[in-house]
Design a protein around this ligand. Sequence first.
Ligand code: FES
Ligand code: FES
Length: 160
Amino acid sequence: MPRITVTVDGVGYEEEVEPRLLLVHLLRERLGKTGTPVGCDTSNCGACTVMLDGKTVKSCSVLAVQADGCDIVTIEGLGSPGSMHPMQRAFHEEHALQCGYCTPGMVMAAIDLLRDTPDPSEEAIREGLEGNLCRCTGYCNIVRAVRRGAQEMGQAVKSS
Ligand code: FES
Ligand code: FES
């Protein structure tokens, strides 16, 4: 079996993996990163979104062997309950979730959107998150949360 090395949320791992193993299953079942959920397994919902070398990917559409040598950040690497990332805090404060199943992927996609568009309009947010589905919220609070997260992240950059 192929042996791969990956860094996940700042920790290095070396794993033997079957060539058909999906990245999301490596993260959840082998490395215990259950904060990244599986919503559809068919690359439609975006719930499984993580950062792979700084870019968002749907981890159910990537093989673990393709991540060999890569740096991966999951929702668990962004912050902790006592020290949330500004985007996690914004989702919490704007009540941008109900069941929460889509939230890890939404937060990762929102942060990715802000890299190229630091001050996005509502339309840009809706377009930027179109690969992430939410069955509960109707998206209004998610859009508000991304606006708030963008403002907080912008202020953090200005004051640093
Ligand atoms: S579980 Fe990966 S896109 Fe739905
Ligand atoms: S909060 Fe339930 S799917 Fe988005």
